[in-house]
Design a protein around this ligand. Structure first.
Ligand code: S3P
Length: 175
């Protein structure tokens, strides 16, 4: 039996999870939690340094641990790292307590949004757009298991946040 107490935002890098999450949390008077920030704070280093020094599998273990701790959360908007739901256990755990909303955008739009940023180790590649395409294809089946899929391309962050809030209220009113 699901007890939907929280909202979890999943989706690829650059789809606006953190920005939208903060807007939603402020409007609902929920706590905002970003799994990447928790990992960085605990490790005392950036995600890039964790990837470089400990490797991606170590990072995924840290993500898994945080997901396990989230089950006691209430009234929290959780923004997740783009690869976190690609572990089916993580996704199932989030679904047990959260309305899971996936923010969606095309590879081209994602590239446009992230190209000026340097803090994403997975995109430090010769052809980042190709990497975005292949990761999106690989993760699509997981992202599509969200309760709600929201295309962010033609919407402002504020609009997306409103949609998330609307869906959460619908869920609580039993549709
Ligand atoms: C990752 C996405 C990043 C961060 C890490 C790995 C991924 O989070 O967790 O760099 O695997 O897609 P954002 O989606 O917040 O950029």
């Amino acid at each position: 039996m699901r007890q939907i107490q929280n909202i979890a935002l999943i989706g690829f890098m650059g789809t606006g999870k953190s920005s939208v999450g903060q807007l939603v949390a402020a409007q609902l008077h929920f706590t905002f939690l970003d799994t990447d920030h928790v990992i960085e704070a605990r490790a005392g280093k950036s995600i890039s340094d964790i990837f470089a020094q400990q490797g991606e599998p170590a990072f995924r273990e840290l993500e898994k641990k945080i997901v396990g701790e989230l089950v006691t959360r209430k009234r929290t908007v959780i923004s997740t790292g783009g690869g976190l739901p690609a572990n089916p256990d993580n996704l199932a755990s989030l679904k047990s307590h959260s309305l899971v909303v996936c923010l969606w955008a095309s590879p081209e739009k994602i590239w446009e949004r992230v190209r000026s940023q340097t803090h994403r180790p997975l995109l430090n590649e010769a052809d980042p757009l190709a990497k975005i395409r292949s990761l999106l294809e690989e993760r699509g089946p997981y992202y599509r298991q969200a309760d709600v899929l929201l295309n962010t391309e033609l919407r402002s962050l504020r609009d997306v946040a409103q949609q998330v809030i609307h869906q959460f209220h619908m869920e609580h009113r039993g549709h």
